[in-house]
Design a protein around this ligand. Structure first.
Ligand code: AMP
Length: 271
């Protein structure tokens, strides 16, 4: 991968990287389109990163439809797919881990200990292998965007981080590889996430500015869905992930599937 990236750079090309865990969907492909618009070469990495999964999470059963992914990326005309195996990225002797600090502490960091250390470690390795000029991440994982921006800046990577808008289905559900786990009933219940964000947006637009009341509104909507168990629903600042702020973030379990979503309540909700 690095040899190819060096050839490209020597020829004056720019490299846009889209890191993914595969099971590609319209969200991923929107990142590919954004990378295509700004770079002469586009690399998509596909790697289900064991370091970012907790011991009781879904690493083993995470979907890995490799042939379908390669077909989609072929159709999209990406210049390279970087699909390393586990032994290549983490040989037995490897032991270095990257810890980003304060922005990783709350919310996802609190509910998924070690998750962001796994993300930061693999992201640095992907930047290194691809010698990316720019890297594209989805706003769907808003805290990850904040972590990666901090990481890219703190470690002087020189990689420009781009955050791309969340792609949703017609009903408002944020597209996610994990949506494949949902039964029809659970999929209906999963709409409670976007419903709760939409309600907070509507209240804000109607003049509500009290973060406690906006938060209570989100919880009220989620509580009305019997299949939903809330990990958190909060309003935070998008760069620190601490209150106060207008970024509504939530993590909700629907059956065994944990879903996350977010939206800035000061901005209109799409659809
Ligand atoms: P993943 O394969 O789930 O690790 O996601 C790879 C990248 O795609 C991450 O930067 C995600 O934030 C982004 N992504 C996932 N779902 C969406 C979505 N619905 N809209 C936009 N980006 C997304």
């Amino acid at each position: 991968m690095r040899a190819l990236a060096r050839l490209w750079h020597a020829a004056g090309e720019t490299v846009g990287l889209v890191p993914t865990m595969g099971a590609l969907h319209a969200g991923h492909m929107s990142l590919v389109a954004a990378a295509r618009a700004e770079n002469s070469k586009v690399v998509v990495s596909v790697f289900v990163n064991p370091l970012q999964f907790g011991p009781h999470e879904d690493f083993e059963r995470y979907p890995r439809p490799v042939d379908a992914d390669l077909a989609l990326l072929g159709e999209a005309g990406v210049d390279a797919v970087y699909m390393p195996d586990q032994a290549t990225l983490y040989p037995a002797a490897s032991s270095t881990r990257v810890r980003v600090g304060v922005v990783t502490e709350a919310l996802e960091g609190e509910h998924r200990p070690g998750h962001f250390e796994g993300v930061a470690t693999v992201v640095i390795k992907l930047f290194s292998a691809t010698e990316a000029d720019r890297a594209y991440f989805g706003q769907k994982d808003a805290q990850q965007v904040a972590v990666v921006k901090r990481l890219a800046s703190d470690l002087d990577t020189g990689v420009e981080i781009r955050a791309c808008p969340t792609v949703r289905d017609a009903e408002g559900l944020a597209v996610s590889s994990r949506n494949a786990y949902l039964s029809a009933d659970e999929r209906a219940a999963a709409l409670s996430l976007s419903r709760s964000l939409r309600a907070a947006v509507a209240d804000y637009a109607a003049g509500e500015r009290d973060p406690g009341r906006l938060r209570a509104r989100m919880h009220e909507i989620l509580a009305a869905e019997p299949r939903a168990t809330v990990d958190y629903a909060e309003l935070v600042d998008p760069s620190t992930f601490r209150p106060p702020g207008t970024l509504a973030v939530l993590a909700v379990r629907i059956g065994k599937t944990r879903l996350i979503d977010n939206h800035d309540v000061a901005k209109p909700f799409p659809g």
